[in-house]
Ligand binder design. Structure first.
Ligand SMILES: [Zn+2]
Ligand SMILES: [Zn+2]
Length: 203
């Protein structure tokens, strides 16, 4: 049987289908779905200088008509995240025969609705040939919002490197990946919580 590497960045786990994601990365999409609404709110609060955080369901993302200073990068990240969850919620509804009600003018409402649907029903996508695209798209949307709202400071994980048994392991770029300073082994985003957990169990 052929073997392939999980398609998620920095993840070296073996999968059986080309373009597929490993069990850990599939599970991690739940964390991304859980965090996306908060990230959307936080990124929106940074869109224009001086604005405040507001409830997700009252947010409407639109390009300002007047020359108001705003962040094009954050705007694109918000629009991209909305397009991602809308696209996949639409796929999900085609698969399950459900109806998608996101005709609201308020994008935050539509965003919340799509994320809710995916959180409740996306397990039926697990065996589809495009599941890797789904997990990857969610990850990209999540990363684009995280990089606008989070610190990029490198942090040291409390575990010793499981590969060389003792190296210092750093998490970089707001947990994009982890790397051992001694042997150079890397771990993908979805494996960082496991590294942290193994430490706690040993301690
Ligand atoms: Zn993986
Ligand atoms: Zn190491």
């Amino acid at each position: 049987m052929s073997e392939y590497v999980c398609r998620m960045p920095y993840c070296g786990e073996i999968v059986l289908r080309r373009g597929d994601v490993c069990e850990g990365c599939w599970t991690m999409r739940r964390v991304h779905l859980l965090e996306l609404p908060d990230l959307y709110v936080r990124a929106y609060a940074l869109l224009t200088p001086g604005s405040q955080a507001q409830a997700l369901t009252t947010i409407h993302v639109s390009r300002p008509a007047a020359p108001v200073p705003f962040s094009l990068v954050i705007y694109d990240a918000l629009e991209g995240a909305y397009a991602t969850v809308l696209t996949w919620a639409t796929y999900l509804c085609v698969e399950t025969g459900m109806t998608l009600w996101v005709r609201s003018y308020v994008t935050g409402k539509g965003f919340a609705e799509c994320v809710k649907l995916l959180r409740e029903y996306d397990s039926c996508l697990a065996n589809r040939s495009y599941v890797g695209d789904y997990v990857y798209d969610l990850y990209v949307a999540y990363r684009r919002l995280v990089t606008q709202t989070s610190s990029f400071a490198t942090r040291r994980l409390s575990c010793a490197c499981p590969s060389c048994d003792g190296g210092v392991v750093l998490s970089r770029n707001a947990d994009e990946y982890a790397v051992c300073l001694t042997c150079g082994a890397t771990w993908g985003h979805s494996q960082i919580p496991l590294l942290d957990r193994s430490t706690r169990e040993v301690a």
